[in-house]
Write a protein that binds this ligand. Sequence first.
Ligand code: NAD
Length: 329
Amino acid sequence: MEKRISLISEDDVKNTLTMDDALQAVEDALCEKGSNRVQMPPKTYIFFKKYEGDFRTMPSYLECPDIAGVKVVNVHPNNPKTYHTPSIMATILLIDPKTGAIFAILGGTTITAMRTGAISGLATKYLARKESTTLAIVGAGTQARTQLSAISKILNLRTVRVYDKNDEAMKRFIEEAEERYSFTTTPATSLEDCVTDADVISTTTPVTTPIIQDAWISPGTHINAIGADAPGKEELDPEILKRATIVVDDLEQAAHSGEINVPLTMGAITMKDIHGELCEIVVGKKTGRTSKEEITVFDSTGLSVLDVATAWMVYKRTQEKKLGSSIFL
Ligand SMILES: NC(=O)c1ccc[n+]([C@@H]2O[C@H](COP(=O)([O-])OP(=O)(O)OC[C@H]3O[C@@H](n4cnc5c(N)ncnc54)[C@H](O)[C@@H]3O)[C@@H](O)[C@H]2O)c1
């Protein structure tokens, strides 16, 4: 017997999903995770060493709203330069828990970027100083754009500084931001110039050797560490982690593939140094920021429950608006 599967393109997703929606879907999913009502085994990786890339599979189930799914996503940092395609491309399958049937296939690239921005927005809400006005963004690619979009909804930003080793990428980012936002976005002349004295920093590069130095980070700073999402990747000098309150999106994933993975392996920090998961703060099981001087680091590895919750929201909206198409398999 053939089964009907809805197809929702990247364009359908872009026309449907706002950052306000993504913030809502992500906060709801974090509440579910914080209440132990999800299943989410750690993501699995296949590495293509000769192509400097990998792909991951990320499954999960949320008891409420009773939806399951899996994302397949790659990370190939050379794609933009070599193939003129994004570094990250994703597809999400939604699964009906009652029958186990796949009922929707969605373009997952926009959803990935939006939910990654949204969780940083929420980490900033719970961990940054409320009066923060200066944001530094390191890396000016896809994730950088949604960091800005989400954090600008949480803070009353006055100044944004951005640094990318690629001048052209930095220029394009600034042109887009100047068109879209009322605050000033300026190019930094160096990494140090970008992050020094920033209230909030988002790091979004694929580097495997730390680029953000401890000496540049002032008391009271909040850092969203986004780029390190696979074994061996790290963006921050481990000395920063030693004096910070470290919050992760998922303990198991962060330990093997997040910003903390290398410092843990090298013994610079231990699991006892981790304050907890962001979802525990969202549901009130753990405290967020407790002082103005505290340095806080949010280690984001990317959670399947965020993808599935956001995809489910997009699916419902597209059905209401009669967007998308379908196939029979
Ligand atoms: N935590 C998560 O949930 C999550 C989600 C998506 C992507 N990521 C990770 O975020 C990173 C960025 O992803 P993207 O989609 O924005 O990639 P991208 O290729 O669109 O952008 C990355 C940018 O970083 C810049 N860059 C690289 N090295 C740099 C350096 N040393 N200094 C300054 N800039 C540098 C590049 O020039 C590029 O513009 C990747 O490592 C990816 O795996 C994490």
